[in-house]
Design a protein around this ligand. Structure first.
Ligand SMILES: Nc1ncnc2c1ncn2[C@@H]1O[C@H](COP(=O)(O)OP(=O)(O)OP(=O)(O)O)[C@@H](O)[C@H]1O
Ligand SMILES: [Mg+2]
Length: 447
């Protein structure tokens, strides 16, 4: 059963229970008040002297019992059944009960008043020798009190019902309706396989439902953007792999059609095929690398001495680029908590870029700046630089700045750097000016 239905049922059951309890109160109060009347009647009937005195005075036709019984009805019923009123209460001078004939010995009973069905009278009929004496008390006091009580309880019940309706409306608006909407939205997400961006109306953030809606919106936004990234990634990867594949296919069909006549041409084609296959292999390796890093590859974290690491990288660079000045600016005994192989891989990618995107003979710097909690390592070049609008995208997968793309590359190098640094819980960034050079930096936690 839905929460909403359960709520409606319990509220209804509660209101019915309250109504039954109120009815019980009315019945109890009514029987208590009637009991009081009956007690008064019993005080007359229980006292034969009073009865006989009243009967005798009644016989004489005097209404002198008035001093005793100013609010009571007294009548005499003769053997022929006719009732003669001896005394009527001051408040009801015309009062006369409609007797049914079964009143003698029946105790206190309730009867209507003749000519006035609105008034009821509680009476006892006591048999005396040749006649019967009827003593009664009008019930309007009791009836009015019971009616007032009923009115009060009905008003109270309506108030409780009103409050229940208001609380129900409020609960529904703040809690149940948003949950129903969320359920519907979650169904939509399932139906679209997570591809569509499904959002719900943001509720009041101070309510559970509001916070749930916000969390849901964040989750669907993240899922949709993840899906979009995956889609773009697959498209980019296929695009990058298609270029070398096209080359391979071109050479093989050229060969099949006898287009490669001389040994020289065949050797040249083979060399190109080999180069493209190597490039493809590199892309596939890089992609696998990114996937492993993204899946949280285990890092062998330990203190890595930066001057030793950078010294080694600089020595390699000097061998590869003898024409360049390689400057290492690193205070001694600075260590970071890192996986040495991964860190060296990331720095190598930055150094390779610095070489690739700067002219031969320009200097390259490796600068270490220790901070309070982290250490920043910057690779500085005096190369082509990057325009400000391209800067935010250079760490994206497959992103290459078009003007510099005469140099070969797949655009995965910096994406791998970013993934490695992120896996270390570090930060990375770049400052660059076109024509002046770039400063790529990574910051890792101090050891
Ligand atoms: N030091 C730099 N100076 C100028 N531009 C740079 C520098 N480093 C990177 N870039 C620009 O950022 C782009 C992305 O770099 P990234 O290393 O990711 O790819 P790549 O070098 O083109 O290819 P890969 O590294 O995968 O072989 C490069 O294509 C280049 O345009
Ligand atoms: Mg690169």
């Amino acid at each position: 059963m839905s929460l909403r239905r359960r709520l409606v049922w319990s509220a209804t059951a509660l209101l019915v229970l309250i109504a039954i309890a109120f009815a019980g109160v009315v019945l109890a109060q009514r029987s208590y008040l009637i009991g009081q009347l009956d007690d008064r009647l019993a005080s007359f009937t229980g006292n034969p002297k009073v009865l006989i005195s009243i009967a005798n005075r009644a016989e004489l036709g005097t209404a002198a019992a008035g001093d005793l019984l100013s609010d009571s009805y007294v009548g005499v019923q003769r053997a022929d059944g006719r009732l003669r009123t001896v005394l009527a209460p001051q408040s009801h001078p015309q009062l006369e009960p409609v007797l049914l004939g079964n009143e003698v010995g029946a105790g206190a009973v309730t009867r209507l008043a003749a000519g006035d069905p609105g008034t009821r009278i509680r009476l006892v009929e006591v048999p005396l020798a040749t006649r019967a004496l009827v003593i009664g008390l009008p019930m309007d006091g009791v009836d009015a009190a019971v009616q007032r009580l009923i009115m009060a309880l009905v008003i109270a019940w309506l108030a409780v019902a009103g409050v229940a309706v208001l609380v129900g409306y409020w609960l529904n608006r703040l809690g149940l309706a948003p949950i129903a909407e969320l359920t519907h939205a979650a169904d939509q997400v399932t139906a679209s396989g997570g591809r569509d961006l499904v959002q719900v109306a943001p509720g009041d953030p101070s309510t559970e439902a509001g916070r749930l809606a916000a969390a849901f919106n964040q989750m669907t936004a993240a899922t949709a953007s993840g899906q979009e990234q995956l889609r773009r990634f697959v498209a980019d990867a296929s695009h990058e792999l298609r270029t070398p594949l096209t080359t391979l296919r071109g050479y093989s069909s050229l060969y099949a059609q006898g287009g490669l006549a001389t040994d020289e041409q065949v050797a040249d084609a083979m060399a190109r095929i080999n180069a493209e296959a190597t490039r493809m292999g590199g892309i596939v390796d890089d992609l696998l690398e990114l996937t492993t890093l993204g899946d949280g590859a285990a890092l062998a974290l330990r203190p890595v001495d930066l001057s030793a690491l950078l010294g080694g990288l600089a020595a390699d660079l000097r061998v590869r680029e003898p024409g360049r000045e390689v400057v290492v600016d690193c205070p001694s005994a600075v260590s970071v908590r890192a996986d040495a192989d991964r860190l060296s891989q990331a720095l190598t990618a930055l150094i390779t870029n610095a070489v690739k995107y700067s002219a031969d003979g320009t200097p390259i710097g490796l600068v270490v700046a220790p901070g309070d909690h982290e250490v920043r390592i910057t690779v500085v070049d005096r190369g082509v630089g990057i325009a400000a609008d391209e800067l935010p995208r250079v760490f994206d997968r497959f992103y290459r700045v078009r003007r510099t793309s005469s140099a070969r590359g797949s655009g995965l190098g910096l994406a791998i750097v970013a993934a490695i640094v992120t896996a270390h819980q570090g930060r990375y960034g770049v400052e660059s000016q076109p024509g002046m050079g770039s400063r790529f930096w990574i910051a890792l936690p101090k050891a």
